[in-house]
Design a protein around this ligand. Sequence first.
Ligand SMILES: [Zn+2]
Ligand SMILES: [Zn+2]
Length: 388
Amino acid sequence: MPTVRRITELQDEMTAWRRDIHAHPELGFEEKRSSDVVAAKLAEFGVEVHRGIGKTGVVGVLRAGTSKRNIGLRADMDALPIQEANSFAHRSRHDGKMHACGHDGHTAMLLGAAKYLAETRNFDGTVHFIFQPAEEGIGGARAMIEDGLFRRFPCDVIFGMHNRPGMPLGKFAVRSGPMMAGGAFFDIDIEGRGTHGARPEAGVDPVLVAAHVTAALQSIVSRNVRPVDTAVVSVTQIHGGDAYNVIPQRARLSGTVRAFSNQVMELIGRNMTRVAEGVAAGFGAQAKTDFRPIFAPLVNDPKEADFAAGVCAEITGADSVRRDPALIMASEDFSFMLNEVRGCYINIGNGDGEGACEVHNPSYDFNDQALPYGASFFARVVETRLAR
Ligand SMILES: [Zn+2]
Ligand SMILES: [Zn+2]
């Protein structure tokens, strides 16, 4: 287990930080205490601190030598609206909120790397430690970018990571190109003409139209998307009517779309609008589609994926690095940063076997044994890329 030796020595300290953050979870854009903790630690390490980027976002700046090269390392700080089921000492102190995705661990690993790099300064260039708020679907990465993240803190390249339950400790997964799906939400409002349930000929039934639109939408992936592209269209809600004997005036369909490129996402949005309008018109109704991309697809730069895999291999051996993990249909908003700056996002093992609880589960806990691996990855990325 040749993690960086000095970082292995920080195990107890990183564990204490991680458990403190775990005990005090905060939802997206409410990371007041978490960002206070991060800012105070960075300052204590001698890292220059900038706050309020994307509301509660924090950026630490560490320079060494004279090189103009820049690198960005990113962790997320937000928790989820889940009631924690664990009973250990560091369980959530806040009802209905919990670090169920391991962002407490991601933050502790990046802090560990910052402490080590500030101590050793064995690199030539500038490191930007990016602690982002609100990763869980409410736009923290975009908020930081819109606040001038990369204008104020230029990065030639950026790296991020997520823990993966079920993958053994000390293992890494790195994929070149698309890795995680982009996600969109949609609402389709169907306007018919309400009437008595026994007199359908006097109205236009939006419930029947909604059923036909739902079925027709399933032709998009099978008939409009290229068979070699991966995508999902799921209608997850149908709302309409509230009486047995009334054909309502309107109905609403809602759902989600996943795809691995912006082009496919746009194609699905266009076709969805056309199918909904066309089917509704065929029945004498009207459909209005609101299609909202929420996450961009996460696409790793092939060269940076090779680089990241090399750094992982150096830490735990080439056998510990999977280069062909399956595509992940879930989304991650680091994708918006990768749209601005090339880089790579990796997965790090959170342990397998008994107790390997999935993220977003009320019994999940980040595995503290993973901390030195992730912190070593961040540290070695800097020392390798910004070598003196
Ligand atoms: Zn999550
Ligand atoms: Zn997460």
